[in-house]
Design a protein around this ligand. Structure first.
Ligand SMILES: [Zn+2]
Length: 59
């Protein structure tokens, strides 16, 4: 039981530390391109609504 607690706390610290090191990740919705293709016209695109066209989102 104590071992599970220690591992859990260690994983929590590692997760927080990783978040601080990498606060920004590529947008999942547009795949980091910042563009969102139109469903009707493949040549038309707009800014991704999730990342605002930057292609990056905060984790
Ligand atoms: Zn996006």
């Amino acid at each position: 039981m104590e071992l599970i607690l220690i591992v859990g706390v260690a994983l929590g610290f590692w997760w927080v530390w990783d978040r601080r090191r990498h606060p920004v990740r590529s947008c999942r919705r547009c795949g980091g391109s910042g563009k969102r293709r139109s469903a009707w016209n493949g040549a038309a695109y707009g800014a991704c609504s999730r990342c605002g066209g930057k292609g990056e989102t905060k984790r």
